[in-house]
Design a protein around this ligand. Structure first.
Ligand code: 13P
Length: 248
């Protein structure tokens, strides 16, 4: 079953989320896709309530890299779990760039998420400059190795890798199918080399970056890709329901 994760980013008030979920629920068929909605922190509790018994999972978009109470304005893994979320996005390029999150911070966040029994959606991806200078494979390997440092192989069962080329996010540009297939192979090889062939084969890998109603079928057909992480095209409930329908 394909995994589809919506990343609402910094969009939607609680009343907008309520309206969205009420529109989505009647159109959602359980057991066809594995759906996760990553909503803003402010909407976790109401979303959990509205999604009860729907089969749709809930995720947060960030987690604090500290576990103490001395981080004003931050949200801990314990708090996220307590709001009813089971997933958390870590290492999104918007956070790497705007909030200067480096590999060490991302590694700390992953460990705290796992400690709180949250599944991690680990985002990795190269910038346009890195792509143009043929550094993609090197960049992805470094991002993966920094993020997964010190993890046990069995912990990878709770890690989902989302390959999101920075140049594809919100731009309408996407990699060619061949390019994407090769990149996913590279990611699996890093996991194979650092953990085991079984881990490299088993780890879930999603594609993200300008996925929409028109191209979702193409990405879905790529063997090796377990699903998609969708930003802009997930924000309209009717459009997103149509994407889900096309995918299953
Ligand atoms: P878009 O689907 O809007 O390109 O965003 C992708 C993304 O950043 C999801 O995390």
């Amino acid at each position: 079953m394909k995994k589809i994760i919506a990343n609402f980013k910094m969009n939607k008030t609680n009343s907008e989320i309520k309206e969205y979920i009420m529109k989505l629920l009647p159109k959602f068929e359980q057991g066809k896709v594995d759906l996760v909605l990553c909503v803003p922190f402010t909407a976790l509790t109401i979303s959990k309530f509205l999604l009860a018994d729907s089969g749709i999972n809930l995720g947060a978009q960030n987690i604090c890299d500290e576990d103490d109470g001395k981080s004003t304005g931050e949200i801990s893994g314990t708090m996220i779990k307590n709001c009813g979320a089971d997933y958390v996005i870590v290492g999104h390029s918007e956070r790497r760039v705007k909030f200067k999150e480096n590999g060490r911070i991302i590694n700390k966040k992953i460990k705290l998420a796992l400690k709180n029994r949250l599944k991690v959606v680990l985002c990795i991806g190269e910038s346009l400059a890195e792509k143009n200078t043929l550094k993609t494979n090197e960049v992805l390997k470094a991002q993966l190795e920094e993020a997964l440092k010190g993890l046990y192989e069995n912990e990878l069962d709770n890690i989902i890798i989302a390959y999101e080329p920075v140049w594809a996010i919100g731009t309408g540009k996407t990699p060619l199918v061949k390019e994407l297939e090769n990149t996913i192979k590279v990611i699996r090889k890093v996991v194979t080399d650092d953990f085991s062939p079984k881990a490299g084969e088993k780890i879930e890998i999603l594609y993200g970056g300008s996925v929409d109603l028109k191209n979702c079928g193409t990405f879905c057909k790529i063997k090796n890709i377990n699903g998609m992480l969708i930003g802009g095209a997930s924000l309209d409930a009717d459009n997103f329901s149509q994407i889900i329908k096309n995918i299953k």
